[in-house]
Design a protein around this ligand. Structure first.
Ligand code: MRU
Length: 324
């Protein structure tokens, strides 16, 4: 199934629980926007484009569970705040809410919101395929591509942005290998990217984040491709660690690409105006259930960082490649 879908029979959102991967593949169901907010905050569903679809389907849940337009709007405001950094969550929720508010009855509002949410989900898949078409031209047969976090199928409704570029290049007959950085502290790289690439039989080697400089100096990386949570005036906000890889790639003359849909663009805003989500200290003090740092240690745990355009060779979108 897709990463996130609407269940027509149960009037609920179905999603692949990404916190359990790779050990367990489980579908969870959200019947209320409160349950969906919990799934978003606990990263059961994550990745900017998937959050866009989640925001839109969340509006449908609000239309089902709330009685007045005012209550629906309040619910949607809470939903949009579930995670602050990826612009797609608000993008998807706003589109579905505007569609809902054009309805005159609660039934009409729900129908409108659902139609718009399905459109957003389908668009996401089509957009990723176009990103793949453009981006695959940048890859050569035999390339080894380093990626960070997960910008694949599971970060989107399907196919993926950064991993979509790799999938399309492989479809076109190019031999591509991937180096996946584990992406501490929540390991989206080792748990999700490595898993989904292996599902597709795409060759992947896992490294710790701290190994990227050494691996680049050893000449083992031809290109870097990552996704984006928000493309702003001066650069790209993405998973913490992205900036480090971009600096290192520049130092080794390795092209650093960002693959992102236009729905992740927020070009009027500066990175300084964007809230970078800070996550709980427990994510660094514990690994699974094992304590790995003193309980009383001070922790700084931002989930994202900012990479300026000077370090980025090009941004790959559904409308083409923007060289910087
Ligand atoms: O905290 P996450 O797992 O939601 O962070 C996801 C990322 O940073 C992805 O790289 C980004 O959303 C792009 S996904 C196509």
């Amino acid at each position: 199934m897709r990463t996130i879908e609407w269940d027509e029979k149960k009037d609920s959102v179905k999603l692949i629980d990404q916190t359990l991967l790779p050990a367990e593949y489980k579908i969870v169901e959200c019947k209320t926007s409160a349950e969906l907010i919990d799934a978003i905050q606990s990263l059961k569903v994550r990745g900017a484009p998937a959050l866009g679809a989640a925001g839109a389907f969340g509006v449908v849940l609000a239309c089902i569970n709330e009685k007045s337009k005012e209550d629906i709007k309040n619910r949607v405001e809470r939903l949009k705040k579930a995670r602050p950094t990826a612009v797609n969550l608000s993008y998807g929720a706003n589109r579905a809410l505007n569609a809902a508010l054009r309805g005159r009855s609660t039934q009409e509002m729900k129908t409108n919101a659902l139609e718009e949410a399905q459109r957003i989900a389908d668009e996401d898949v089509a957009v990723n395929k176009k990103i793949g078409e453009y981006g695959s031209e940048l890859l050569e047969d035999g390339d080894v591509v380093l990626t960070h976090c997960n910008a694949g199928r599971l970060a989107c409704v399907d196919w993926g942005t950064a991993l979509g570029v790799i999938r399309t290049a492989i479809e076109k007959g190019k031999r591509i290998e991937v180096i996946a950085c584990e992406t501490r502290p929540l390991n989206q790289g080792s748990r999700i990217t490595a898993w989904e690439l292996l599902q597709d039989k795409i060759p992947v080697t896992l490294i710790a984040d701290s190994m990227s400089a050494a691996v680049m100096r050893e000449g083992k990386v031809d290109k870097v491709i990552v996704g984006a949570d928000r493309v702003v005036k001066e650069g790209v906000i993405n998973k913490i660690g992205t900036y480090m890889h971009a600096v290192v790639a520049k130092a080794h003359n390795i092209p650093f690409y960002v693959a992102a849909p236009l729905s992740s663009f927020d070009r009027k805003r500066s990175y300084k105006e964007v809230e970078i989500e800070e996550r709980s200290p427990e994510e660094l003090i514990f690994f699974a259930d094992k304590q790995i740092a003193p309980l009383e240690v001070k922790v700084y745990n931002p989930a994202f960082d900012f990479t300026p355009f000077e370090l980025i060779e090009a941004v790959i979108t559904e409308e083409g490649i923007f060289c910087l």
